[in-house]
Unconditional design. Structure first.
Length: 292
């Protein structure tokens, strides 16, 4: 049984840890509110813009971003976080990418035509230790996240696609559902995925009126839509990260509380045992003196 000093030191240590996790939970909650507001404001705009993008791409409008060609080179953008202490947030991204590398993308990796672009310091550190070609140009993007920064990444991927360096661009990220739930998504950023026809109104039968011209839509709307969609993915990931961290710190605080209960019980038992031992020694000594 540990002595009183050891148990007391453990109680002090766990109490300090509990205070830290509680503070981190409060900070994550404040950041989550801001991130949640951002993504809720962005979603309707991005969804409507995406509908327009898909409809325009199926209306026989020529655009280099919708070119379907034989896939030889693939870029995978893995969106992680700069920090840990967020449960399985980063691990889920790593697991999804690893499964992709072992299954549908294994042949591209073997040929050296697969490139990983990690966003977030955790992703940079993880893929640095793997035998895979990486581009760490935007690894610290989350430290200064804005639409301009997201646009730079999207333009890099778009330029690579147009120039033929990439034939397909995939994005792996966490979609925010609620504070306790994040869903790992793999979405194709390029080439543009045509909209699925519906039974109510098949897209192929829709007659579009372009104003001002098709050319201006191609040069303005489609590139902007791609950048907005990518920025939305980053906002989803940011909100998911703060939600995951808030949940993880909440659980850590509860676990610290349970551990404190056990340690205090152990402390009381140890203290009681020490007192009992001292009483027995005193009684034993008194009896020995009486017999002497």
């Amino acid at each position: 049984m540990p002595n009183l000093k050891e148990v007391k030191n453990r109680i002090v240590s766990v109490t300090s840890t509990q205070q830290i996790t509680k503070a981190m939970k409060m900070v994550a909650a404040a950041k989550l509110r801001r991130a949640q507001e951002s993504i809720m404001q962005m979603r309707p705009y991005a969804q409507k813009l995406n509908e327009i993008l898909q409809n325009v791409s199926t209306a026989q409008v020529e655009t280099p971003y919708a070119e379907q060609r034989e896939v030889q080179n693939i870029l995978v953008i893995a969106v992680t976080a700069d920090r840990g202490l967020s449960g399985a947030f980063n691990t889920n991204i790593f697991r999804r990418v690893r499964i992709m590398l072992e299954e549908e993308l294994s042949s591209y990796q073997a040929k050296g035509t697969l490139e990983i672009m990690p966003i977030g310091k955790k992703g940079v550190d993880f893929f640095k230790r793997r035998e895979v070609r990486t581009d760490n140009s935007f690894g610290t993007l989350f430290s200064r996240l804005s639409f301009d920064e997201a646009r730079a990444v999207a333009e890099h991927a778009m330029q690579g696609f147009v120039e033929g360096r990439y034939d397909k661009v995939l994005v792996v990220y966490n979609e925010f559902k609620n504070v306790a739930t994040q869903i790992v998504r793999t979405e194709q950023l390029l080439p543009i995925v045509p909209a699925e026809p519906t039974t109510d109104a098949p897209i192929s039968n829709i007659d579009y009126i372009f104003e001002p011209t098709k050319e201006e839509i191609v040069t303005e709307l489609i590139p902007k839509s791609i950048k907005v969609q990518f920025y939305k993915m980053l906002l989803e990931s940011r909100a998911s990260e703060e939600g995951a961290r808030m949940t993880a710190m909440d659980k850590a605080t509860d676990n610290a509380g349970e551990l404190l209960k056990e340690l205090k019980l152990m402390y009381n038992r140890t203290r009681q045992a020490a007192i009992t031992k001292e009483i027995l020694e005193i009684v034993g000594g008194a009896e020995a003196l009486a017999k002497g």
